[in-house]
Structure formats: structure tokens, C-alpha cells
Write a protein that binds this ligand. Structure first.
Ligand code: UDP
Length: 561
């Protein structure tokens, strides 16, 4: 296999490679990829496919770092814990029974490496009656604390902490409490939060009128809220903590491929997959940095990788074990895949397109439209071979497909470190820095180093000077055209982030995980502006992160290993 850089080696040794009962690593990176490839190829045997040839193709794609599945697949394939999906949504109904069932199911999902999302909108509000006991209800935010505490204790098999998405509808009487839940320090460190908004909310906002707050237990209107106040409050808390974000439920449901099975009301932790209760999704990402010839996109190779990726992920669904039988049932009914990309910024550098440019936004659309069309073609082909997803007939998909969805843009937080590329569709963080995870990882942008050498301005001293800077825009030695190619997350203004998100979203079945970065000096009003622009751009959800807003993010470190 291609040699891995030292960051990839460290990440794999610490988190992914198999260990014996004494905790000693007993697998090489090549061995890990072989285990995953051979396991995933087994599914071919159930459909008269070629197990060996497919295994080789999967192995080659992974060892060449052209494609990687989500972390649970790398960790669990071919092991006792054959749970291969990263994303789940679990239902929470308005009863103690349901709340604690969801809590148990979440624990099992976290233990297997998955992240969970919940809509808490069905829970009766704080202070409402509890008939059985004559008591007073504690409300969604209070119950969410239990989920948060439980998550803290389950460290995903010692490899990473579980992650949650909590969603509450803007019409819930406790919406204010929910919106401000992260205010102050340390609360809900294992949760991302999203306020679900729909046409009713936005019509009231446009008319400058209040909207109704409804008790979900009785369907009675119990009060009113001013949508502008709710947005102000959300912007204020997001300015301070990074949460909540917003979900645009109407846009999400307009694209629900299986409305006959229910309405989409929640997403997985990072927001990239809206799912029905008990649905799951297996993710995989194409490393775009490995799909250029250094100057132009290698479209043929990209097509091949897309087709391989769809087959790989469908095989993962065939083989995956799920810790809860209801998940197994839903997963096999819709067979949702989340094929996405990483290394987008690296690809732009090869194409000499600045990240913050009209050209980049146009290219993003062209690229994702290609990937989307090819992934649908691949899924249709699989439907011929293996049959369509069982819920296909009443779905919105005109032709038989094997999968209700094929595409998603995941954050690729860890797998991009293994692949040595820029994360997801994000701009780079810096050209050289220490990433504060796993004891400190030294990340250096190879493309920057190569260009610096090529253009004759490379020097050790320069690299030392650039280390940990969040921008290279004021560094004199670097030519302007090179500076433009290495815009960092901090250099790109909010509208640049949003335009890229929207360009990808247009061609993605599920959703796009994207952080809109704002500088530390940004105001609450700036955050609110991003919320409003996101609505205008028609994205499915929005998360804003102001530099320095919170010291700890949800998908953080486990202190183990
Ligand atoms: N996830 C999780 N815990 C983590 C990181 C990720 O449960 O510590 C889940 C979560 O659902 C997230 C999804 O995995 O939305 C994909 O995250 P990412 O692409 O960063 O994962 P990777 O495959 O790179 O580890």
C-alpha cells in the first residue's frame, strides 16, 4: 500500500487498529484495510458477485486513500461488533417508558461507535401535568440532561465519546429554555442543538407577527412567541457557545424520499443526515485530493470511485449488525447511503481555484452534480442486480434504486486525518499547525510545501513562522496568487462558507455538514444574518461557529489510549 504519513499512523494506532486483550496493537494499517475490504466483499457472495475481485478493488481504493468509509466501518468490520454505521436517529415519545427506552438504545448505539439524533418535540413542556402521579413534568431540556450524562459515561469502546443532536421544534412551549440550554459553562457538552423551524415560523417572521406555542400532549395553544425574539436569542447563545443551529424542516421534508414512512424531524449529530426514527446511515467519503492529475480533475477515475463507493456502502448495509431490532428493520427498508467527499480544498489548489471565489462555487456544483448522477446510476444498477430498497414503491424515486439516498457531505473529522487531506468541503485550518487531539498532531499542508519549493520561497524559518497562524494573508514572502489558494477557514467570510454549502446541497440527497466560521470580533447580529442568509440559500440546516466561542466542541477527545 501507499505509505501513510505519521499523522495517519498515529491516528490508526491509537484508535483503529485491533488490540489483544492486553491492549497491545496486533494489526498493521494494511492489515486493517485488508480486514475491512475482505469483510465488505463477503456481501457479494449473497448476490452471485465476485467476492475476491471486489475485495481487491475495495482494498486498493482504501490503501490508495482514494476512498474511506466512516470510522465505525474501519473499526468494527470483521470484528465481533459488526456495526458499520455512523449515523442514527431514535424516537422519543412523551412517556417515561419511551424516554428511557431511547436512552438505553442510544447507549448501545454509542457503544458501537455511532452518533444519535433525537427530536424532543413530542415531550410535554416543563410544569405540565403528569396524570399518573399527579406530579409536574420536567420537560425536554431536563430529560436531555440525562442523555448528556449517560453519553459522558460511554466512551464508544474507549475510542471516542458518543455524540448527540437534540432537536426541538420552535413551536414547543420550552423553546426559549432549549435555545439557551448551553449558556454558561459545561452544559450539554455531548450535544449539538438545533431549533426546528418550518413555514409557520417563517411566515410569522415575515409578517412580523407572533406564532403559537403548542403543548404536544394536548395540541392546545398555550402561548405565543415572537419569531424575531427567538432568532435573537438563538443568535446570542450561538455567538457564545456555537449552539443552537437551525433546521429548515420544510426544505428537509420536500426532499424526503419516503414520505409514506413518516416526516423527517431530526438529524444525526453533525447534521449531515436527516433520518426517520430508527433509521441509520453508513457514510463513506471520496478523497478528491487523489482524483486530480495535479492540474485537472480525473473524471474517469472519479466515476469509478463513485461506483465502487456505492457498492461498498450497500455491502456495509448487507453485513452490518445493529444493536436494536427496530433499527435493523428501518435500515433495510430504506437502505440509505451517505457517499460524500473530503479534500475539496486540496482539489481546488490543484485546479488553481481560490476557495473564496465564484469559480469555486460553480465548480462545487459541477463536481457534486457529477458525483450525484453517477451515484444514482450506480444505485440503479445495484437495484437491477439486488432489487430496489423495500420501501421504493411508495417512495418519490421514479425508477427503482437500491438506496433511498446515496449522497451526504460528512465532516470527515478523523478519516480526513487518515487520508491526509483537507476535511470534507471545508477550507483548510492553516498550512501548518498542531491539532490538539491525541496528544498533538503536526499537520502540514503538502501542497503548500510543494508550491513553496516550486516557486522558490520555501524556507524552514518561513514554515516555523507560519506554524499555528490562522491566516497567511499578511505574510510578505508568499506571492499573492499562492495566498489566494490557501484561504483558511478564518479568511473565508460567512457568505463564502454558505455559498459552498448551498452549492453542494443542491446536488446532495441528504444534507451537508458545514461550519460557517465567523471571526472572534463578529457580533450577535452577524450570527443572526447568517441564519437568515441560510434560509434564503435554501440549505437544510445551519451551524455558526464564532472563533473562540467555546473551548470544547462536541466531537472532542476521549482521554483514553
Ligand atoms: N460521530 C460520533 N462520534 C464522534 C465523531 C463522529 O458519533 O466522535 C458520528 C456522528 O454521527 C457524525 C458522523 O459520525 O455526524 C460522521 O462524523 P465524521 O465524518 O467526522 O466521522 P469520521 O468517519 O471521520 O470519524
Amino acid at each position: 500500500m501507499d505509505s501513510l504519513d505519521s499523522v495517519a499512523e498515529t491516528v490508526l494506532r491509537r484508535r483503529y487498529l485491533r488490540r489483544d486483550e492486553n491492549g497491545n496493537v496486533v494489526e498493521t494499517p494494511a492489515g486493517m484495510f485488508r480486514r475491512v475490504a475482505e469483510t465488505l466483499a463477503q456481501a457479494e457472495g449473497r448476490f452471485d458477485g465476485d467476492v475476491e475481485a471486489t475485495g481487491r478493488t475495495f482494498y486498493e481504493a482504501m490503501t490508495a486513500l482514494e476512498f474511506l468509509p466512516n470510522s465505525p466501518t474501519l473499526m468494527n468490520a470483521g470484528t465481533e461488533l459488526e456495526q458499520l454505521a455512523a449515523c442514527f436517529v431514535l424516537p422519543v415519545e412523551d412517556s417515561l417508558e419511551s424516554i428511557f427506552t431511547a436512552l438505553k438504545q442510544a447507549a448501545l448505539v454509542h457503544q458501537s461507535g455511532g452518533g444519535t439524533g433525537f427530536s424532543f418535540s413530542n415531550l410535554r413542556p416543563e410544569g405540565d401535568v403528569v396524570k399518573k402521579t399527579g406530579g409536574v413534568a420536567s420537560g425536554p431540556v431536563s430529560f436531555m440532561r440525562i442523555f448528556d450524562a449517560a453519553t459522558e459515561q460511554i466512551k464508544q469502546g474507549g475510542r471516542r465519546r458518543g455524540a448527540n443532536m437534540g432537536v426541538l421544534d420552535a413551536s414547543h412551549p420550552d423553546v426559549e429554555m432549549f435555545v439557551t440550554a448551553k449558556e454558561g459553562t459545561g452544559a450539554f457538552r455531548n450535544f449539538n442543538l438545533s431549533v426546528a423551524t418550518d413555514a409557520m415560523f417563517w411566515e410569522a417572521y415575515d409578517a412580523g407577527e407572533p406564532y403559537d406555542l403548542v403543548n404536544p400532549r394536548t395540541d392546545e395553544v398555550v402561548g405565543q412567541a415572537d419569531p424575531d425574539d427567538v432568532l435573537d436569542l438563538a443568535a446570542e447563545t450561538a455567538w457564545e457557545t456555537g449552539d443552537p443551529g437551525l433546521l429548515f424542516l420544510d426544505t428537509i421534508n420536500e426532499h424526503n424520499p419516503t414520505p409514506q414512512l413518516g416526516r423527517l424531524e431530526a438529524t444525526n449529530p453533525c447534521g449531515e443526515v436527516p433520518l426517520l426514527p430508527y433509521e441509520a446511515c453508513v457514510l463513506g467519503s471520496i478523497n478528491l485530493a487523489r482524483h486530480t492529475d495535479g492540474e485537472a480533475v480525473d473524471w474517469d477515475k472519479l466515476r469509478e470511485t463513485v461506483h465502487m463507493g456505492v457498492r461498498f456502502l450497500d455491502n456495509a448495509i448487507v453485513l452490518s449488525d445493529f444493536p436494536v431490532s427496530e433499527i435493523e428493520e428501518m435500515m433495510t427498508a430504506t437502505r440509505k447511503l451517505g457517499l460524500g467527499v473530503m479534500g475539496f480544498h486540496d482539489m481546488l489548489v490543484d485546479l488553481r481555484i481560490p476557495y473564496y471565489s465564484r469559480e469555486a462555487v460553480e465548480f462545487a456544483g459541477e463536481l457534486m452534480s457529477f458525483i450525484h448522477d453517477e451515484s444514482w446510476a450506480a444505485s440503479r444498477q445495484l437495484a437491477d442486480e439486488r432489487g430496489p430498497f423495500p420501501a421504493w414503491e411508495d417512495s418519490t424515486r421514479a425508477e427503482p434504486m437500491r438506496n433511498a439516498t446515496t449522497t451526504t457531505i460528512a465532516p470527515t473529522g478523523t478519516i480526513s486525518l487518515i487520508a491526509g487531506c483537507s476535511a470534507s468541503i471545508e477550507p483548510i485550518y492553516n498550512v501548518a499547525y498542531t491539532k490538539q487531539v491525541m496528544g498533538g498532531l503536526e499537520i502540514v499542508n503538502d501542497r503548500f510545501v510543494d508550491l513553496a519549493k516550486e516557486r522558490g520561497f520555501y524556507a524552514e524559518e518561513l514554515m516555523a513562522e507560519l506554524h499555528d497562524r490562522t491566516s497567511i494573508q499578511n505574510v510578505e514572502e508568499i506571492p499573492d496568487d499562492v495566498k489566494q489558494l490557501f484561504h483558511t477557514a478564518h479568511d473565508v467570510p460567512a457568505d463564502g462558507h454558505l455559498r459552498v454549502q448551498a452549492a453542494f446541497q443542491e446536488h446532495v440527497d441528504n444534507a451537508v455538514s458545514k461550519t460557517v466560521n465567523l471571526p472572534r470580533s463578529a457580533s450577535v447580529e452577524d450570527v443572526k444574518d447568517v441564519f437568515l442568509t441560510a434560509r434564503e440559500f435554501g440549505v437544510k440546516g445551519i451551524t455558526v461557529f464564532r472563533s473562540g466561542a467555546r473551548s470544547e466542541q462536541v466531537l472532542g477527545e476521549t482521554p483514553l489510549q
